[in-house]
Design a protein around this ligand. Structure first.
Ligand code: TXA
Ligand code: MG
Length: 355
């Protein structure tokens, strides 16, 4: 890890009506080439001026991010998109109309003004307009598009609060705007618009079903549905890395809820008997796992959006608890469930137990 030793400025802001003074200060930092973490409706982002290659390069340094992983450019309005792209298909305009501001990132042919630090040398650029007053005010005040990956150390769960950001990046970035917890909780849907039928590269808040309503046809990249798989050569470079991982190994148990719960109890019991501290990620209030380990409930499986909102802080909680191994329940890969399962499979690094 490279040494960065910066006094990180912490600024609390009203998430609905952010104070202009704090926004101006943060915008000035961005214009001068610094890094500012800010809330979005999905997770916290770590922003830099997207048109300043050096500033974007320092994002990679601060996060320890692999240099072949491109970064999403955030805009405050559709009028900022044309300067970033070479051409804009009419389907992209339809999607912006339907889902922006919101958790949908569009991969488009890149324009000349975008430095290659943003695209990691690809011929495409990923663009999104976040649905959060603080993010939008910051981008507007900066007067430039803002390149921003999630504001975590590479490989750690994405941050859903300013506290998570500071856990990972205090002393490594110039400032953080604290606008409370990120509402949705997992990252945006990444949709490749450069093929004939658009392809979901990363599932997120806007589901394939939502996209089909506008586009008629949409594909899902097999690597996105399957989660972590190095052999699959995912088209979204970031998908090949083992993301979102807590420090302890995680085993995802998939099957009918009752069968999965008994398998978790069996496996957790064995680990406990070996003297290991076990964590259990529960998606239901009723399963009585408490005899078998430290239980963290991420939400409830009948409402996948509650699991999305609670997932990353649950994974971080296991780090605080210092468990040796984690067993996690899964849920149906429908709607937002597809995004949640994608993150759980990645956290499991391929260790999936099917019952
Ligand atoms: O919700 C989000 O998207 C959050 C917030 C901060 O906006 N951002 C985020 O960024 O999750 P990051 O860097 O953690 O994930 C960006 C994903 C990576 O998987 C990356 O490979 C992919 O988007 N990506 C970026 N540019 C791309 C491109 N030109 N082609 C294909 N995939 C791209
Ligand atoms: Mg990320």
């Amino acid at each position: 890890m490279t040494e960065r030793n910066i006094a990180t400025l912490y600024m609390k802001v009203d998430p609905v009506n952010p104070e202009q003074k704090a926004i101006e200060e943060a915008a000035l930092i961005l214009r001068r080439g610094g890094l500012v973490a800010f809330p979005t409706e999905t997770v916290y982002g770590l922003g830099a001026n997207a048109l300043d290659g050096r500033a974007v390069a320092s994002i990679f340094e601060a996060k320890g991010r692999p240099s072949d992983n491109p970064i999403i450019v955030h805009v405050a309005g559709r009028e900022q998109v044309s300067a970033l792209t070479e051409s804009l298909p009419v389907t992209a305009e339809m999607l912006m109309e339907a889902f922006w501001p919101g958790p949908l990132t569009l991969v488009l042919p890149v324009g000349e003004s975008v430095p290659q630090e943003v695209t990691a040398g690809l011929r495409t650029v990923a663009v999104r307009m976040p649905d959060h007053p603080v993010a939008l005010a910051l981008i507007r005040a900066a007067g430039v598009p803002v390149a921003a990956p999630s504001a975590n150390m590479s490989g750690r769960p994405s941050p859903t609060s300013a506290e998570h950001v500071l856990e990972d990046l205090n002393g490594r970035i110039e400032a953080v705007l604290d606008g409370g917890s990120a509402e949705f909780g997992v990252e945006s849907t990444v949709l490749d618009m450069t093929s004939k039928v658009p392809v979901v590269l990363r599932p997120g808040g806007i589901t394939p079903e939502d996209l089909k309503d506008v586009l008629g046809e949409v594909d899902v990249d097999p690597a996105a549905a399957a989660g972590f798989n190095k052999e699959d050569k995912p088209r979204s470079p970031g998908m090949k890395y083992m993301h979102y991982a807590p420090l302890a190994p995680l085993r995802l148990v998939i099957g009918r809820p009752e069968a999965a719960a008994s398998k978790i109890k069996e496996l957790a019991g064995q680990e406990k008997a070996r003297g290991r501290k076990v964590g259990i990620l529960s998606l239901s209030k009723n399963d009585d796992f408490s005899h078998y380990g430290e239980v963290v409930t991420a939400g409830c499986r009948e409402k996948p959006e509650t699991v999305a909102a609670g997932l990353y802080s649950a994974l971080r909680r296991f780090n605080d608890l210092g468990v040796d191994i984690i067993f996690a329940e899964g849920l149906e890969e429908l709607g937002v469930g597809l995004a949640v399962m994608n993150r759980l499979k990645k956290a499991a690094g391929g260790h999936i137990i099917i019952v």
